[in-house]
Design a protein around this ligand. Structure first.
Ligand SMILES: NC(=O)c1ccc[n+]([C@@H]2O[C@H](COP(=O)([O-])OP(=O)(O)OC[C@H]3O[C@@H](n4cnc5c(N)ncnc54)[C@H](O)[C@@H]3O)[C@@H](O)[C@H]2O)c1
Length: 379
């Protein structure tokens, strides 16, 4: 039985709690922690949990025997809390984005190696049927060489979203929609298609004049083989019509799932390649559904990897690589020129100080709400 603690009991924590409660035979939630302990008390009561409540994670780690910690705090304290948890002997599951800088990611990965403790970064949308099936199809090269990938990480957040005290600043949120929203799609994009070799980008803040950070960015990734990717990150898109489209030499597949394939007529104009489309659709449909999706699916993978039944799907090195792509987008936007990947430790966007010194402040952060009234969140 693994003893679990959850640090940070705000919007995302219930998805961790629900996930752990699905696996009661393997895990037991023993403690919750929040700098507003009344929030942790309320969450314990809402889920009818028999747990200790703390207002300080170090005290929790000193007083409890914990095997696994979920870090559900704002990004600027992810590294500190995850490192303290691993040093105290616990494995760590850290909410996205992994940390505030690539240097912090290195520190987390180093401590994971030194302590032998597992470090996993939440990317729960990998654990959905469309994404897992797309991964299989792309690994099987059903559309041949990928020529163009279109990532539409379209979200919508109201003006008041950035009034929460830690949101909307480079210091505490670490970035805008590219970091905090598109992180999901950018992680999946490079998991499915690999990291591009260079990035160019522009970013802007078009609808949130209460935030320092960007609310839209458009980047182009280029691969050594010539393939291109257009990566749009936004919190200004009504309808949140998100999609990842892969255009290959032999066809097109996407999440949400749709397939199309063309063949050339004698004059070079297209006709439908129905045989190819049917073959891809048949393969997609014969793939098994996942037992669990979303946070529950990823937490299941972490638990199964800890008890030796599965390989860990998202580790700290992949978490860092996603942040590296995001920092490349920020750096390319700021400098107005392409950034080569990978980014090395001398790059100005490698450290938090470097990011803080170089990023644009679109607006001054104005609001500072301590806690919102309850409301649904979308993930
Ligand atoms: N995976 C997803 O789809 C998804 C969705 C939303 C948020 N998130 C991520 O989850 C994290 C938290 O976001 P949220 O929306 O739940 O924010 P939130 O503000 O609703 O909750 C964060 C909680 O952490 C507490 N906290 C802050 N500093 C702390 C500290 N040092 N020690 C203990 N508690 C502390 C806050 O008081 C708050 O209750 C962020 O990294 C965010 O990007 C992930």
């Amino acid at each position: 039985m693994l003893n679990v603690a959850i640090i940070g009991t705000g919007g995302i924590a219930p998805l961790h709690i629900k996930g752990y409660l699905t696996f009661k035979e393997d895990v037991n939630i023993v403690a919750l922690c929040d700098i507003y302990p009344e929030k942790a008390e309320k969450m314990a009561s809402d889920f009818d949990l028999d747990v200790s409540v703390y207002d300080n994670h170090e005290e929790l780690l000193a007083n409890e025997t914990v095997d696994l910690v979920s870090v559900c705090t704002p990004p600027y304290v992810h590294a500190e809390i995850a490192i303290n948890a691993m040093k105290a002997g616990a494995h760590a599951v850290v909410e996205k984005p992994m940390a505030a800088s690539l240097k912090e990611c290195d520190d987390m990965n180093r401590v994971s190696e030194e302590t032998g403790k597992t470090l996993s970064i939440i990317s729960q949308n990998r654990f959905t049927n469309p994404m897992m099936k797309l991964k299989t199809l792309l690994d099987e090269k059903v559309i041949g060489k990928v020529l163009h990938t279109q990532v539409d990480s379209f979200w919508w957040r109201g003006h008041n979203y950035y009034d929460l005290w830690w949101r909307g600043t480079w210091e505490k949120e670490g970035g805008g929609c590219t970091l905090n929203h598109a992180v999901h799609h950018l992680d999946i994009f490079k998991w499915l298609n690999g990291m591009p070799d260079e990035v160019t980008a522009v970013m802007s803040n078009v609808a949130h004049d209460n935030a320092e950070v960007e609310d839209i960015s458009i980047a182009i990734g280029k691969y050594k083989d010539g393939g291109l990717a257009t990566l749009t990150s936004s919190v200004v898109h009504h309808g949140e019509d998100q999609q990842l489209i892969f255009q290959g030499e032999e066809g097109r597949i996407s999440a949400p799932f749709k397939v199309s394939a063309m063949a050339a007529q004698g004059n070079g104009f297209p006709k439908e390649n129905t045989e190819k489309m049917e073959a891809i659709t048949k393969r997609y449909e014969e793939l098994d559904d996942l037992a669990y999706e979303g946070h529950t699916g990823q937490l299941n993978n972490v638990i199964q990897s800890l008890i030796g039944h599965e390989d860990l799907v998202v580790d700290g090195y992949q978490g860092k690589q996603t942040l590296e792509l995001i920092m490349a987008i920020y750096s390319a936007s700021q400098a107005g020129q392409k950034v080569d990947l990978p980014i090395d430790s001398s790059h100005p966007f490698y450290t938090k100080e470097g990011v803080m010194a170089n990023v644009p402040r679109f607006y001054e952060k104005s609001g500072s709400v301590e806690n919102f009234e309850e409301g649904e969140i979308t993930t």
